[in-house]
Design a protein around this ligand. Sequence first.
Ligand code: IPE
Ligand code: IPE
Ligand code: MG
Length: 234
Amino acid sequence: MNPVPRHVAIIMDGNGRWAERRGLPRSQGHRAGADAVTRGLEVALELGVEVLTLYAFSTENWKRPASEVSALMGLLVEFLASKLPEMRSKGVRLRTIGRTSGLPAAAANALLNAVSDTADGGKITLNLALNYGGRAELADAAKRLAADAAAGKVDPRKVDEGVFARYLYAPDLPDPDLLIRTGGEMRLSNFLLWELAYTEIYVTDCLWPDFSREEFLRAVENYGKRERRFGNHA
Ligand code: IPE
Ligand code: IPE
Ligand code: MG
């Protein structure tokens, strides 16, 4: 039995193309993408993945048309409301990373509510990256670290990788073992710039709404064959 990644991170890309290929509005692609989230979460639970981090909305996604942004925020609220009982019964703990206080109030409130209602979920952590940017995370960490240094709580001479990492959005979570990007683009799009340092990357042309159990299993199987060296000899 190949090793199962403890932490899987996914760049859920391709909703718009999925819709455009069907002559549908992009919002329908996002709706279909929400179903793929439910499916992916089920597979992660089945496999025993401990943390599933999903890139749902980036700090750059505000540049999209207001109608698309509001469709995405509406879907988030709808998803949280409709999936909360199931998340609770299945032991899902919801968390978020990103500047979530900068989301529209309805979305921010629904998130706070879902996070507190699932706080005792022990099977899997579903970590939603919302209004998330890797550079924003590093800048936010630097800002808080600088404030602690100015307040005399941190000695600047003692700042190292371990100290810095404690200021990231989710310092208690392990780094992702496997990054999956759907939609075929070979880029990080400002996702988890610090945490992905030694993550195994798997890119598939499959568009996010088409991401099936089989696709997920294929990615995990491929991960199982990788040789992780972390800079060490072969
Ligand atoms: C990813 O799908 C979903 C979000 C960014 C929220 P896209 O909307 O980026 O889909 P494509 O890349 O245009 O196909
Ligand atoms: C990355 O997808 C962001 C999310 C999946 C939320 P994008 O579609 O926004 O990224 P680019 O524009 O292709 O880099
Ligand atoms: Mg995209």
